[in-house]
Design a protein around this ligand. Structure first.
Ligand SMILES: C[S@@+](CC[C@H](N)C(=O)[O-])C[C@H]1O[C@@H](n2cnc3c(N)ncnc32)[C@H](O)[C@@H]1O
Length: 249
């Protein structure tokens, strides 16, 4: 796979994560496979019996989850990523029924075109300051009653910047420690880089539960219809990996 250090100008994740290593190990991130399985189940149940459906996947990266969505029948997937290196890898994988574009999830819009908008470990790559614009744009892309499915990492509650730092350490040290204990050193390294990116607000803007839920519903455009935590159950104070489903009103 070519993670392409070529002359590209639109970069995001590849500024601070080695894409080849990411692609090789990210599925072994705790609860990742279960989370994607849950999203696939939710999507297939929601369009069961319909002739077909369109999905907009935002922040598709190298296509780890896209690959699983593409196995569903009669689905057309538009997978966007604003990082050209990610988009080039994803494009090169030639997944069936998947159109790939280099585009920004806060602005890319085909009005009322999609049955589903999905993000996997990507919602929190959007800066807090762009949240309102981002949520409004998700809504614009969706058909009436369309669904936004978010699989992602959520921090324990924080209020101040200092508490945010502690929340980031609590979540990431749990994940890094788990990876180290499994001798999954490459995943541990990826997670350390993600922690650094979060601490320095480079490209990782994790939310806590209340913050995320308010961000999605305050504008009155979405109703939360599902929330599950894939793990960890213990400890219960480090945040975790969640699946949320919101319906466009
Ligand atoms: C942690 S990766 C997740 C990739 C993939 N969904 C997966 O499950 O492995 C987050 C992705 O979001 C992309 N991204 C960040 N900001 C974006 C934006 N504004 N619009 C589109 N993609 C963005 C990054 O380039 C990166 O590929």
């Amino acid at each position: 796979m070519n993670s392409g250090k070529n002359d590209v100008t639109n970069l995001e994740m590849s500024r601070y994560i080695n894409l080849d290593i990411y692609h090789a190990v990210e599925r072994s991130h705790p609860y990742y496979v279960e989370m994607v399985g849950e999203l696939v189940k939710d999507i297939s149940e929601a369009y069961e019996g319909k002739g077909g459906a369109r999905i907009l996947e935002i922040g598709a990266g190298t296509g780890l989850a896209t690959e699983d969505f593409a196995k569903l029948e009669k689905l057309e997937i538009t997978a966007i990523d604003m990082d050209e290196n990610c988009k080039n890898i994803l494009h090169g994988r030639n997944l069936d029924g998947v159109e790939t574009l280099c585009a920004d999830a806060t602005t890319y819009c085909e009005p009322n075109a999609f049955d589903f908008v999905v993000s996997v470990f990507a919602h929190d790559h959007i800066h807090y300051d762009s949240a309102e614009k981002f949520v409004a744009n998700i809504h614009k892309n969706l058909k009436p009653n369309g669904l936004y499915l978010m699989g992602g990492e959520v921090l324990p509650y924080y209020d101040t910047l200092d508490e945010r730092t502690e929340a980031l350490y609590a979540y990431h040290t749990f994940i890094v420690n788990k990876a180290l204990r499994e001798e999954n050193f490459e995943l541990a390294q990826i997670e350390i880089n993600a922690l650094k990116s979060g601490l320095h607000m480079i490209g990782d803007f994790k939310r806590h539960e209340t913050m995320f839920e308010e961000e999605m519903t305050l504008g009155g455009n979405f109703e939360m219809i599902k929330k599950i935590k894939l793990g960890p159950d213990v400890p219960d104070d480090v945040g975790g990996v969640f699946v949320y489903v919101f319906k466009a009103i």
